[in-house]
Design a protein around this ligand. Structure first.
Ligand SMILES: *Cc1c(COP(=O)(O)O)cnc(C)c1O
Length: 433
């Protein structure tokens, strides 16, 4: 790879190598492209989750009040807005937080895709054995008979933490043998929690890619083992995409209009790209050009941004431009983007930006003080987004938004945090004060 040549073609990479914050507008956004999925795939995933709702409600009593549907609130954060305007720059429009940080069962956005993939696996196995059909009440899966069936199979995954939590918790609950390969970035409490749920946790001193590679290796040697491939799984991606479908009624309930005169901006922290990519895909399928989706990454690990700028996707890693990939945003500590998602985002994503680690804690503490909402550092990566858009004359011009920003809505997607132990959260908070 000729890095010098890439830098000449894309001067912004220079800034990235110096770990400075950048804002990048995707010149290919909105271009024609043939995507591997469509609306029917999102609907199929949504129906599968509905079939499983009675099981989820029965196996995880905390979801009973939502009928076994794993969903989060959309909350207006009016008190946070003045702080963001003061600290990052003025912007017009209403400001909301999408609280995937408080999704039941595993407290992060991974409770969407991760749980979905394992449910689909369980459905496939049980259906093949002639023990389950789509019209059944799936709560019957919460029984010794099915746990015994699934105990003959295993699930493996490599993770920086939150995906492991989701896969580990749902797999163990169903009865699967589950092994989570954890990268060095993974927090101790996540490993402890997983072990307490019955998952096997294997730790590596290396980064996320190594953990994934080990998971893949384990599964390859065992025909009874399903590998959850965070770097390319279609099931994960489609599980995440259902979030978009469910957001539509929430927008309506909050009196948010989305049309060509009322743009919606959605800002999502990005690691390997699966979670934000799935949500972005779903939103674009449903709302088209009226929704603008941007990804946020740490300055030390901007893998999706780098893949998109160069057009090389998973063919380039942050190490190739001299970055170490080390960040306090453990959920985003990824050096190379998903091979599935990069190409899909090529024409769907409107832009990317990066953030310095030290600012994450400030957002975390201010959100706690002003809104009484506690989220993890990774989930704060997107908070500069609305100010960046408002101050980008280029973005406003390219998308013809000049007269529309006053009627815009901004959603910061909070991707994780409610399972962080109090002690740990206190340390984050104090750092931010
Ligand atoms: C995993 C994760 C993300 C990003 O998801 P990817 O699929 O890795 O892009 C963002 N925030 C948190 C808290 C996460 O755990």
């Amino acid at each position: 790879m000729d890095i010098k040549k890439l830098m000449v073609a894309n001067p912004i990479i220079d800034k990235m190598t110096e770990c400075r914050e950048i804002f990048w507008i995707n010149p290919k956004a909105g271009a024609e492209a043939s995507l591997p999925f469509g609306m029917s795939d999102i609907e199929d995933a949504e129906k599968r989750l509905a079939r499983f709702a009675p099981y989820i409600a029965s196996a995880f009593p905390e979801t009973a009040k939502s009928g076994g549907i794993i969903e989060s609130n959309l909350v207006e954060i009016e008190k946070m807005k003045p702080f963001l305007e003061h600290y990052c720059g003025k912007f017009d429009g209403r400001l909301f937080l999408k609280c995937d940080s408080h999704l039941p069962i595993s407290g992060s956005i991974k409770a969407r895709g991760g749980i979905y993939e394992v449910l689909k696996l369980a459905e496939t196995i049980a259906t093949e054995k002639g023990l389950l059909s789509p019209d059944d009440d799936y709560s019957k899966l919460n029984s010794d008979k099915f746990r015994e069936l699934f105990s003959r199979y295993s699930v493996a995954v490599g993770s920086t933490g939150n995906l492991g939590l989701s896969i580990g918790i749902i797999s163990a609950k169903l009865g699967f043998n589950v092994t989570v390969h954890m990268s060095a970035d993974a927090r101790q409490w996540k490993k402890d929690l997983l072990r307490s749920k019955g998952a096997t946790v294997i730790e590596y001193p290396d980064d996320y890619q190594k953990a994934v590679a080990e998971g893949r290796k384990e599964a390859a040697s065992d025909p009874m083992c399903h590998f959850v491939d965070d770097e390319g799984s279609q099931d994960l991606f489609l599980g995440y995409s259902v979030a978009a479908k469910r957001l539509i009624p929430q927008l309506k309930n909050a009196d948010i209009t989305v049309d060509k005169d009322h743009p919606l901006f959605v800002y999502i922290p990005c690691g390997v790209g699966g979670a934000p990519g799935g949500v972005a895909f779903g939103l674009k399928e449903i709302l088209g050009d009226n929704v603008h989706v941007l990804f946020a990454e740490p300055t030390h690990a901007p893998c999706m941004t780098l893949g998109l700028i160069t057009g090389l996707h998973d063919g380039i890693a942050v190490r190739d431009i001299g970055l170490d990939g080390i960040t306090d945003a453990d959920g985003l500590a990824v050096g190379r983007p998903s091979r599935l998602v990069g190409t899909i985002m090529d024409t769907l994503l409107d832009g990317c930006y990066t953030i310095d680690d030290t600012r994450l804690y400030k957002f975390l503490a201010q959100l706690a003080d002003r809104e009484k909402i506690y989220i993890e550092p990774s989930a704060c990566a997107s908070f500069t987004g609305p100010s960046l858009i408002a101050s980008s004359e280029d973005y406003i011009k390219v998308h013809d938004l000049k007269d529309k920003m006053a009627d815009s809505t901004h959603i910061l997607w909070a991707t994780g945090g409610s399972m962080v132990p109090d002690e740990e959260m206190k340390l984050y908070y104090e750092r931010g004060k």
